[in-house]
Every structure is written in structure tokens, then in C-alpha cells.
Design a protein around this ligand. Structure first.
Ligand code: NAD
Length: 488
């Protein structure tokens, strides 16, 4: 049985962080396994997480660590503990955005009958947009009663992750790419993601494609995950559903992930630092190990990736299990973290007999497909403005009457909404109103509005004692409204 690697590839520099909680234990196990398998790595270690936060670095990572990451461009990261409260920023979100890691690849595979699952045929890869959506982190308190979080979906961001999903599917011999959106409600933001999906799908006639509204799509995923193959979706839906997928496949402790950007990539388990079992040699290192396998594929070390993954599958198949996946029916031996790692190392060179062996020899690295820029800039015309007011002095009709009387010039008050529902003119008395009002002013039909007219309108509104908390300009792009219609 072959146990010794003959790999001669040059050592590839990578950055490693041991993290917090169970992080050091599972990182040590992971590195032991991949090095025993012949991974050719020049490891540079950085400190991230709790201790760095406690030194007062609000991102959880010193600038020297950023330098290391930018130099090696590959980051194998153990989970970290984000201290509660105190205005600390999420290291993960910061790393993903700062390094432009736009695609988060999360495979969820069931290992039936060796790991308990109700979905024995599940083999789904979730590709989550990683930088945008509600995770732009732009939130405001606007009035006494109302808080806002901006959902940003961009054309280049959508193009990058959706193209990545199709290229990933093609390269990995997958058959179908599914898109989840909520564009029946968010017609502009999720509508854009859906539109870009349809455009890019047309370039891949060899792959099936389909789009689901995320609520029913999520229900189907939880019920019959075997009907899905690759799923691409905006950030928040991807965050939630990739955990669901990992859990129903068997355990969140088994899932690894790759965060891919144009220059850099980060690989980590999807679970957290599990502080309650830290330091007890109990944690399952499989999520981080499978992330490291994705890293080896990314680095082009296909043979090592294949050896590690197959030895891991054989270990699972032999019933050598950590406590989290141990069950009387299919497990034979309950082991701790380091014993599990030793069991995988012992099986290097072996392949599973029941579970499907992997072979990365025919797979290309998770390299980058950046082919944007075919979008023609649209003709943009200002046609009005939404003025948001903080106001609690009366009814919608009072506000409509007052505002109508202050308006002069080409911009006319057309409608007032509260939490998006029309309350003036002709609102229903039953509609609940907060202190947060959107007042839509439009120019005359077909007339272009000058930005200075918006400023004059605001000046007039201020002079009348109103409290405008923000404005949103209303544009037509190539004649199509770039703003949502009013409900009600
Ligand atoms: P968690 O994933 O750490 O733990 C959830 C449950 O799963 C716990 O019962 C835990 O014991 C178990 N578990 C997780 N990983 C396991 C493993 N490898 N082996 C065996 N059991 C495992 O989630 P949490 O408790 O919500 O978060 C703990 C900390 O982790 C928090 O500070 C959170 O901010 C952080 N976190 C970090 C990351 C990351 O660094 N990528 C991700 C999520 C959470």
C-alpha cells in the first residue's frame, strides 16, 4: 500500500491561522494529514481572532497579517471567536470583502449509510455571493422608530459569482445550475441577479438551468436535496441555506468551504470555534480538512487532494468517527481529534469501497473567470426624488395636505408611503404608520428634472419645518424606471 508521497511540486506559500476555540486542534490535525499526504506547502502562520480583538484591533487581524495574506494569496483559516458586543467587526466579512473573495463555495454531500442523514443521495454545491446584499453592512437608524439596512446587488458582482457557478459546474462535471431569488418582491435587486443569471445561463447550453423563488426553493432543498446540483444565490440566502444543506447532509462539522477571489482565496470549515468542546481533543476536523482539500485543488496539487479525500472517505466508511457523527448503527470506533487524524493518515493511499472515490486528476483548479464589461452604460435621466421625512405630527392626509402646499416648480408630490405601502392619496385608515414617510415627487410626464430643482425642493421642505432624513433620486435608465413602483 502506497503511503509515501512522491510529489515533487515546488512548495507553495500559504498563510495559516490557527484561530480560537477548537481551531488549533483541528488545524493541527488537518496540517498533519495533508503534509503526511505530501502537500507541498511553505506555511506562514498569522494570528487572528479573539486575542487580536482583545489587543484593540477592531478587525481581529493586524496589518502585518494582511501583508502576509496579500503576499501568499492563499489562506487556510481555522474558526475564530468574535467577542460579543464592543463594536468588533466580523473578521470573516472583512476578509471576504477586503480581499475581493466574491464566491463562497460550499459542498454538502451525504455519506450514507456511514453518517446519519435522511437524504442519502444528497450532493449539492452551494455557491454563495460573498460581498454584497445586506452584508454591505450599511445600516442607519433614521427616526425614533425606524432602522434601515441597505441591500446592494450589483451587475459586476452578480456576473462574477454567476459565471463562477457555471464554470464550476462545467469543470466539475455537474449537470445543472439553479438560481434562488426573491424577485417577485425585490424586483430591482433580486430581479437583477435573476436577469444576469438568465443572460449567463444562455452561454452554457450544455448545462441545465432553473430559477426558484427562494422560499419554495429552500423548502424543496430541505425536503428533496437530491434534485439540486449547483445552486447560486445572493449572500443572505446563501448564508442561511448552506448551513441548512450541511446539517441535513449529516453535520455542519463535515462541511468545508472555499472563498474565491480574483487574486486571493480563503479556505475554512463552515462551523465556528465551538468553545464548549475546545481543548478536549473531541472536535471533528473534517470540515477544515475538506476545506484544505479544496485548497490543494485550487493550488493544482490534485494528486495530494485526491489521496487525502479518499483516505478521509475510507476512514468515515470504516466507522472511525468523532463524537458528533458517532451513532450505534454505523460507527465502530469513537475517536478524538488527533486519533481521527492518525486514522486518516493510516489510510493514505486507500480508496473507499462503498462511498464514491474522488479523482481530482481531471478537475481544473478553482481558477477565476472574469469576463465582465460587455454591459453598455445606460442613458440615465433624473425624473424625480423620494424625500424621506421623520414626522409624527398627524395623519397621512395631514402630511399630504401640508406638503402639497409647500411644493412649487416642476416637482409635484405624487404619493406618500409608510413602510412601502401607499397612505396618501386615498390610503386606507387601517394601515399602520410609523414616523418614517417616503414622499415621492415627480416632474411632469416626460420632463427631465434638474438636480438643482431637487435641492430647491429640499430647501423649501426644510423651510417649512420638516425633517428630511434622506433622499433617493429617481432615474430612468434607457427609459426604464430605476425605482420600485408604489404598493397600494
Ligand atoms: P459553532 O459552529 O462553533 O458550534 C455549533 C455547534 O456545533 C456546537 O454544539 C458545537 O459544539 C458543534 N460543533 C461545531 N463544530 C464542530 C466540530 N468541528 N466538531 C464537533 N462539533 C462541532 O457555532 P456557535 O456556537 O454559534 O459559535 C461559536 C463561535 O464561533 C462564535 O464566537 C462565533 O462568532 C464563531 N464563528 C466563527 C466562524 C468562523 O470563524 N468561520 C463561523 C461561525 C461562527
Amino acid at each position: 500500500m502506497e503511503k509515501v508521497s512522491t510529489i515533487t511540486a515546488p512548495r507553495t506559500p500559504i498563510t495559516v491561522a490557527y484561530g480560537d476555540g477548537i481551531g488549533p486542534e483541528i488545524m493541527e490535525a488537518t496540517l498533519n494529514i495533508i503534509q503526511a499526504a505530501g502537500a507541498s506547502l511553505a506555511i506562514e502562520t498569522i494570528e487572528v481572532g479573539e486575542k487580536v480583538y482583545q489587543r484593540g484591533v477592531d478587525t481581529g487581524m493586524e496589518s502585518s497579517a494582511w501583508d502576509a495574506l496579500r503576499r501568499t494569496q492563499v489562506f487556510l483559516k481555522a474558526p475564530i471567536t468574535t467577542p460579543q458586543g464592543g463594536g468588533y467587526k466580523s473578521l470573516n466579512v472583512t476578509t471576504r470583502k477586503a480581499l475581493g473573495l466574491y464566491a463562497n463555495v460550499r459542498p454538502s454531500v451525504s455519506y450514507h449509510p456511514f453518517v446519519h442523514t435522511q437524504h442519502p443521495a444528497m450532493d449539492v454545491v452551494i455557491i454563495r455571493e460573498n460581498e454584497e446584499d445586506l452584508y454591505a453592512g450599511i445600516e442607519h437608524r433614521q427616526t425614533d422608530q425606524v432602522y434601515q439596512c441597505l441591500k446592494l446587488i450589483t451587475r459586476p458582482g452578480s456576473e462574477k459569482v454567476i459565471r463562477f457557478a457555471f464554470e464550476y459546474a462545467r469543470t466539475n462535471h455537474r449537470k445543472k445550475v439553479t438560481c434562488f431569488v426573491k424577485d417577485n418582491i425585490m424586483k430591482l435587486t433580486d430581479g437583477l441577479f435573476h436577469k444576469v443569471f438568465d443572460e449567463i445561463a444562455a452561454e452554457y447550453p450544455d448545462l441545465e438551468n432553473e430559477t426558484w423563488i427562494v422560499d419554495i426553493g429552500a423548502a424543496k432543498l430541505a425536503d428533496t436535496p437530491e434534485r439540486f446540483d449547483v445552486i447560486v444565490l445572493p449572500n443572505l440566502y446563501g448564508d442561511v441555506l448552506s448551513d441548512v444543506a450541511a446539517q441535513i447532509a449529516g453535520s455542519v462539522g463535515l462541511a468545508g468551504s472555499a472563498n474565491i477571489g480574483e487574486q486571493c482565496a480563503m479556505f475554512e470549515a463552515i462551523h465556528g470555534s465551538a468553545p464548549r468542546i475546545a481543548g478536549q481533543n473531541r472536535a471533528n476536523p473534517s470540515g477544515l480538512l475538506l476545506a484544505a482539500v479544496m485548497m490543494l485543488v485550487h493550488l493544482g496539487q490534485f494528486e495530494v487532494a485526491t489521496r487525502v479525500h479518499n483516505a478521509w472517505l475510507k476512514t468515515i466508511e470504516d466507522g472511525v468517527h468523532t463524537y458528533d457523527i458517532f451513532n450505534a448503527g454505523s460507527s465502530r470506533q469513537q475517536v478524538g481529534t488527533s486519533e481521527f487524524a492518525a486514522a486518516v493518515i493510516h489510510r493514505l493511499g486507500e480508496v473507499p469501497q462503498v462511498l464514491k472515490p474522488v479523482s481530482y486528476g481531471t478537475t481544473q483548479p478553482l481558477s477565476l473567470w472574469h469576463k465582465n464589461g460587455r454591459h453598455q452604460k445606460a442613458d440615465k435621466r433624473l425624473v424625480g426624488v423620494d424625500v424621506f421625512l421623520d414626522w409624527d405630527q398627524g395623519s397621512p392626509n395631514d402630511l399630504g395636505g401640508l406638503l402639497s402646499s409647500v411644493v412649487m416648480g416642476p416637482l409635484q408630490l405624487r404619493v406618500i408611503t409608510n413602510r412601502g405601502i401607499k397612505v396618501w392619496p386615498d390610503g386606507l385608515p387601517e394601515t399602520f404608520c410609523t414616523d418614517h414617510w417616503r414622499c415621492r415627487f415627480l416632474g411632469r410626464e416626460g420632463e427631465i428634472v434638474q438636480p438643482s430643482q431637487v435641492v430647491e425642493l429640499l430647501q423649501r421642505v426644510l423651510e417649512q419645518g420638516f425633517d428630511p432624513i434622506k433622499t433617493e433620486n429617481l432615474y430612468l435608465f434607457d427609459g426604464v424606471p430605476g425605482f420600485s413602483a408604489v404598493h397600494g
